[in-house]
Design a protein around this ligand. Structure first.
Ligand code: PLP
Length: 457
């Protein structure tokens, strides 16, 4: 019998990261400040209407290393470290010389990377005396994560779930309810933003931007309620760097270093989480990272980084959030109801946007059918059924391996397998039934919504 080799690399408790990495410290210039409608920078006091102080401090921090509180590390220990896995069977299937690794975030209670930020957000809110949390969720991954995290710290949670996902994924709702959260199909009649959207279109399928408006509106209306966001903002990307930091130590143990780091990109948190710690090596002049490439992957039907404008825009449909300098398709852009609900966002993290704008991060857009083909290929080789969002990264990882073979290079590829697809089987069903389609690039809809970009900055 051949000796078994472990394909998974774990870390001991002593090897676990004690600090998150803040990429702001290594940017060539500070991020553009969030602005109010008047074009003036938003003050911390204004933001304090919806976020607790410790979160605001992290949001605005320029410190390179920020300690992870023990209370958060204790909860992380329920599933972290997440394994770094060598995808040997996928490599064999592809017949590639490339070494393909994935960091598997589907081992968390909610099944994705999202609890990495949900747990600290619930912790800091509890610390600051918040009594209730509101949030939005697209695919249901973030809603589940904050429902779980709220439960860990005894905080009630209200989730506005984008209607199209609410209907496609009833068990995500059950999951949130199991952890004690209240879940509403957005748009609702509970908020002015929801009522306005329904008046304009009673069949409105909702969008992440609209659900954000509803959740923010509730938080603004009650001083004891705070809003939590599962992506986009600096503090969320900060928390997610636990993924890349663990991966770096795991690679050190293997004596390997990646040539390319790939992540799906909705708001940018999982991409930033896996890529930023490697970009830190590049910024520090580490020779191993000299030619490192970081690739953010988005859907062709919601091509924020590849076709959007780099401009100030609102984070939500109703314009409650501050204006942020980011790649955007326009805050009233309604993407088609694709099956990677977590990637249907009109904007992107300002940090990821700045790095794309400066040429330090690459962005590619891929079609829906090609992502499911990659996901099925991966599941058949490696066993894990990936979330549709993660399939975007798998598609590009496979394409990178093929390109490296064609160029005669032996590339080391790392991608973020951000979650499992156990609640997404209806989408897989549609794929197998031949009912999934590629959406044409919605050029007209994007042009129309870009025409409404706020005139500031
Ligand atoms: C499994 C999974 N991967 C990726 C994403 C994209 O979000 P982000 O870009 O913030 O990582 C989501 C969003 O819900 C998700 O559920």
């Amino acid at each position: 019998m051949t000796a078994l080799t472990s394909l998974r690399t774990y870390l001991t408790p002593d090897e676990m990261p004690t600090h998150w990495y803040n990429v702001v410290a290594d940017l060539s210039h500070p991020p553009a400040p969030p602005l109010g409608r008047d074009g003036q920078p938003v003050s911390a006091a204004q933001m304090a209407a919806i976020f607790p102080l410790p979160i605001l401090e992290q949001e605005m921090s320029g410190e390179r290393w920020i300690p992870i509180p023990d209370e958060v590390r204790q909860i992380y220990a329920l599933w972290r470290p997440a394994p770094l896995v060598r995808a040997l069977r996928l490599e064999a299937l592809l017949g590639t010389r490339a070494k393909i690794f994935y960091k598997y975030e589907g081992v968390s209670p909610a099944g994705s990377h999202k609890p990495n930020s949900a747990v600290p957000q619930a912790f800091y809110n509890k610390l600051a005396g918040t009594k209730k949390l509101t949030t939005e969720t697209g695919a249901g991954q973030w809603g589940s994560s904050i429902a779980f995290a709220g439960q860990m710290f005894g905080l009630p949670v209200r989730v506005f779930m984008v209607k199209v996902s609410y209907e496609q994924k009833p068990f995500r709702r059950s999951m949130m309810q199991t952890w004690g959260a209240e879940v509403f199909s957005s748009p609702t009649v509970l908020t002015q933003s929801g009522r306005t959207a329904l008046a304009a279109d009673p069949d409105c399928q909702g969008s992440l931007g609209l659900a954000i408006s509803e959740a923010v509106e509730e938080a603004v209306a009650d001083k004891d309620t705070c809003y939590t966001l599962g992506s986009v903002l600096n503090h969320v990307l900060l928390h997610q760097t636990i993924v890349g930091l663990e991966a770096k130590t795991q690679f050190d143990k293997l004596g390997v270093y990646p040539d390319v780091v790939i992540g799906p990109c909705g708001g940018g948190s999982s991409f930033g989480g896996i890529a930023f710690p490697f970009l830190a090596d590049k910024a520090a002049g580490d020779k191993r990272a000299a030619n490192l490439r970081a690739v953010a992957v988005e859907p062709a039907s919601c091509p924020t980084l590849t076709k959007g404008s780099y401009a100030y825009d609102f984070g939500d449909v109703a314009g409650f959030t501050p204006l942020m300098k980011m790649f955007t398709l326009g805050h009233d852009f309604m993407p088609p109801g694709i099956h990677a609900g977590g990637l249907r966002y009109h904007g992107a993290s300002q940090l990821v946007s700045q790095l794309v704008h400066e040429g330090l991060v690459e962005a590619v857009a891929v079609q829906q059918l090609a992502t499911f083909e990659a996901g099925v290929q991966f599941a058949r080789a490696e066993g894990i059924i990936p979330a549709p969002e993660s399939c975007h990264a798998i598609r590009v990882a496979i394409d990178e391996a093929k390109a490296a073979d064609a160029a005669g290079e032996a590339r080391v590829i790392l991608f973020n397998l951000t979650g499992h697809g156990h609640f997404d089987m209806a989408s897989y069903d549609r794929f197998f039934a031949g009912k999934l389609e590629n959406f044409a690039y919605p050029a007209e809809a994007i042009a129309a919504s870009l025409a409404h970009l706020p005139k500031v900055g």
